[in-house]
Ligand binder design. Structure first.
Ligand SMILES: Cc1ncc(COP(=O)(O)O)c(C=O)c1O
Length: 479
């Protein structure tokens, strides 16, 4: 364990509140971190279907069927239910990339994809720390990554969840963004002094597709008081965290957020033992080609170097999407075609939440036929929209999804890049949502980590292709 150091440090002047000096402790109180306790049988984690931990909860990779490609699966049988096609290599490559290139500690944000095979693959590839948000997530990680370290990064937790995390699972790291939550954590852990307290700050979400600062995070005005209170409340680590927003397309957003956090630390007159830059690292979707991941890491390194930190300050990140997005695609079947509307056996209550609610036009491929005759179909493309199987009109994915114009009932559509916030969102609404899972070993449809091309072309229908005429007076050059 990290050697104990004086935790209440002043940056400049006498900013600390009266009595702060008395708060300096040079011995660790609260005793050693409790050994990992096996997960008690928790009915929640055994649930057959609930958001995030539903159908994936009890399926380790060992039980999965393996096919070389999705087409091999279609050739072998015609699956009745949607199939999550999982690629262990994609998670392994992303994990190794982060482990090698990020100059700090990597905590996987379990919410992005809580499948046991993901957790096991991450551990096998060096990611052994987890950002968890609930007791079922904690139980899941304890079961599939025993001995790993967990950080309870949800800024609002029930007292019971805090106690269970601390006493039953040995969790010592807790996030907070209010004085009330700080008091709750201290109370629910029996006044523990061995806590790592991470203050979540609200930062600008410029360049991100989903802002996560509206709901959580203390503002810059209130931050200094909370930072100081957290500093005084623990004899262990006091840190800061933020989230620049998910699918962040601008690396400099991290640097700007770190500067903002740094100013609050200066105003509070404390150093942080941990700077946690959160998640937000992007993946590739049609029309969204992010800068290189290296650019994000370089911006974070610059931001860290410019922050008022000590040489022992730890740098953490909590990627969700970037570690898993490429790993999973979904095989769905067309149950009916009505003009340009395709009715599928999966939808917004299944793995297509983002396709419906954020209207992302995920990349698609088409497979047709049975047995050995099944094949991938290309041909002239037309824009289609999708409807899911439930009775709700909101179960609609507008796309447009470009697919061969002659697509018909019984065809299979593979929808790519659904590893993050895809299977994690599945519900059993209306009796649908049963999703099979098989392992495949082909490349993902795009990759930030060198497994496939770094872009997804946004296709156009054949009839809309505009041919540019040759400029007058210029002859076509022969190749
Ligand atoms: C606290 C926290 N950390 C990390 C993440 C993961 O974010 P992303 O998937 O954008 O990397 C989230 C996502 O909601 C989060 O709330």
């Amino acid at each position: 364990m990290r050697a104990w150091k004086v935790k209440l440090r002043r940056l400049e002047g006498d900013f600390a509140s009266p009595g702060a000096e008395g708060g300096i402790k040079t011995t660790l109180q609260g005793g050693p971190i409790a050994p990992y306790a096996p997960a008690p049988a928790d009915p929640v984690s055994n649930y057959a279907a609930n958001a995030g931990l539903g159908l994936t909860a009890n399926r380790g990779l060992r039980e999965l069927h393996t096919y070389h490609t999705p087409l091999d699966l279609v050739r072998e049988r015609s699956p009745e239910h949607p199939v999550a096609l999982v690629r262990r290599d994609a998670v392994a490559a992303a994990a190794r990339w982060f482990q090698t290139k990020f100059k700090g500690d990597v905590l996987y944000a379990v919410k992005a994809n809580p499948s046991p095979w993901v957790i096991e693959t991450l551990v096998q590839n060096g990611v052994t720390r987890f950002d968890v948000a609930s007791i079922p997530e904690i139980a899941l990680v304890a079961e599939h990554a025993p001995g790993s370290q967990m950080a309870f990064m949800h800024p609002v937790k029930s007292r019971r969840a805090i106690s269970q995390a601390y006493f039953d699972y040995g969790v010592r790291t807790f996030a907070l963004d209010t004085h009330e939550e700080l008091a709750k954590i201290i109370d629910a852990t029996g006044g523990a002094r061995d806590l790592n307290l991470i203050v979540r700050m609200a930062v600008d979400a410029e360049g991100a597709n989903f802002s996560l600062s509206g709901k959580f995070g203390v503002n810059s005005f209130d931050a200094p008081g909370l930072l100081l209170a957290a500093r005084q409340a623990t004899a262990e680590l006091m840190g800061v965290s933020f989230h620049v927003g998910s699918q962040c397309m601008r690396p400099t957003a991290y640097q700007a957020a770190m500067a903002q956090v740094g100013r609050s630390l200066v105003r509070a007159g404390v150093f942080a033992d941990v700077v946690d830059v959160g998640g937000g690292f992007p993946s590739i979707y049609p029309g969204m080609i992010p800068p290189d991941m290296d650019d994000y890491f370089a911006a974070i390194e610059r931001g860290f170097n410019e922050m008022p930190v000590s040489e022992t300050t730890e740098l953490w990140c909590e990627p969700g999407r970037a570690l898993v997005a490429e790993s999973t695609s979904l095989l769905t079947r067309v149950e009916l075609r009505k003009g340009e509307a395709l009715y599928l056996n999966d939808g917004s209550y299944g793995s297509l939440f983002d396709a419906a609610h954020v209207k992302w036009p995920f990349p698609v491929k088409l497979y047709r036929g049975e047995g050995k005759n099944a094949q991938e179909v290309e041909g002239d493309l037309k824009p289609f929209r999708f409807y899911g199987p439930t009775c709700d009109s909101l179960d609609h994915m507008p796309g447009p999804f470009y697919l061969p114009a002659d697509i018909q009932e019984g065809d299979f559509i593979e929808i790519g890049m659904l590893g993050a916030y895809g299977v994690a969102m599945t519900t059993r609404f209306n009796g649908f949502g049963e999703t099979e899972m098989v392992e495949v070993s082909d490349a993902p449809m795009a990759s930030m980590f060198g497994l496939a091309r770094r872009s997804i072309p946004a296709p156009r229908p054949a009839s809309n292709v505009v041919r540019l005429s040759r400029p007058k007076g210029r002859k076509r050059r022969r190749k």
